[in-house]
Design a protein around this ligand. Structure first.
Ligand SMILES: [Zn+2]
Length: 107
């Protein structure tokens, strides 16, 4: 099923990841349910839902905990892997730009 949010995520992910460097993972973060649907589904899972997609979290091994200054969020393993790979791609892209003598501040 393709939704607007999926299209949004794919478009933005493609814009920041160099396709020649990284093979995009099969899982792409994106919330497809409405707020109410997420609230209902969240009650059906022990740890609630992934903060970046609608995956239900029933096992502690299913997710990682992201701690930020003002909030804590639960990220499923697939989303976590996605961001780790996207970050690596961005670093590679910046490195390639830097050795090319191009200003990296415009990213
Ligand atoms: Zn997720």
């Amino acid at each position: 099923m393709t939704t607007l949010s999926t299209i949004y995520w794919n478009a933005n992910a493609a814009a920041t990841v160099a396709p020649s460097v990284v093979t995009r993972p099969r899982h792409t973060p994106g919330v497809k349910l409405t707020h109410e649907e997420r609230m209902v589904k969240s009650d059906q899972h022990k740890f609630g839902l992934c903060s970046d997609c609608d995956a239900g979290l029933d096992d502690r091994a299913d997710f990682v905990v992201g701690k930020h200054a003002t909030y804590t969020r639960l990220l499923c393993n697939d989303c976590s892997a996605y961001y780790a790979q996207a970050c690596t791609a961005l670093r590679v892209q910046r490195f390639l730009k830097s050795i090319d003598g191009v200003d990296v501040c415009d990213m």
